[in-house]
Design a protein around this ligand. Sequence first.
Ligand SMILES: Nc1nc2c(ncn2[C@@H]2O[C@H](COP(=O)(O)OP(=O)(O)OP(=O)(O)O)[C@@H](O)[C@H]2O)c(=O)[nH]1
Ligand SMILES: [Zn+2]
Length: 296
Amino acid sequence: MKEGRILKAFGGFFFVSDFDSREVYQCRIRGRLKKEKIDVIAGDIVEYTAMEGNTGVVERRLDRKNYLFRPPIANVEQAVVTCSIAQPDLHFKLLDRLLVLSETEDLEISICINKVDLLGLEKAKAVMKPYEEIGYKVVYTSVEEGIGISELKEVLKDKVSVFAGPSGVGKSSLLNAIQPGLKLKMGEVSERIKRGRHTTRHVELLSLNIGGWVADTPGFSSLDVTFVPSEELQYYFPEISGYLNDCKFLPCSHSHEPKCGVKAAVEEGDIPKHRYNNYLDFLEEIKKKEERNWRR
Ligand SMILES: Nc1nc2c(ncn2[C@@H]2O[C@H](COP(=O)(O)OP(=O)(O)OP(=O)(O)O)[C@@H](O)[C@H]2O)c(=O)[nH]1
Ligand SMILES: [Zn+2]
């Protein structure tokens, strides 16, 4: 049987990109899968039977490695957390939220800082130095000046990626710079949704010529991190989790406890202050929610 990846599911059809030929087959799905309520969504890896004229039947869905909820995509390997250095301004707190969300899904993470033309590459690198020191890969791009596009291609090659980032930072522009004509502007898509031609949001994986796939819809449409248990948040800040053994009293939330190794590392300048403050803010959000649930 042939194997492929679902690019999109729409109107009862499943568009399968064959792993070997990369040709797309418009498939129906075996009734048994429907009966067993096995849903098949963009990103799923399936076995299918090919038929005439690039049609076929999906026979089996393979186990998912992960599942992003909003928007729904299966088997995502990488998040490209994208912000602009200006217009809109770079907000570390928003960036950190997206990083935490990506960490919870156990995704490979790259940060893309776009519009470096507006500040200059060297200054942009200085701004992002703390993140490089944490160990995040940072790609600096300018669609305007053609900077970093080939490096971004290298990051996307042969992987299933979602871009995540606020509106207006240049996600669509980047995709079109990587591969002209790859996608409609995201704005155009949402216009159509507003006019009611689409009732629900359909995610589509776009195939890259260089190999790999990119979701046409930004990941993490909800920025809420309060589903993370308070005692787990520390693991989603890689630089914090390096100091957990230095805390005297366990468990330590690294907020009010004495002899806390994390706080000491912040004092020493080994953990960026703003990252620690964002950790505390997220922890506060989570604890508030936990208290609310507790009182119910
Ligand atoms: N100066 C500068 N402007 C850019 C760059 N990349 C994109 N832009 C501009 O930024 C604006 C927003 O770009 P989009 O690609 O629509 O941004 P987006 O992230 O897809 O936005 P949404 O569709 O709202 O999510 C457009 O006017 C682009 O021309 C860049 O590298 N430098
Ligand atoms: Zn501590």
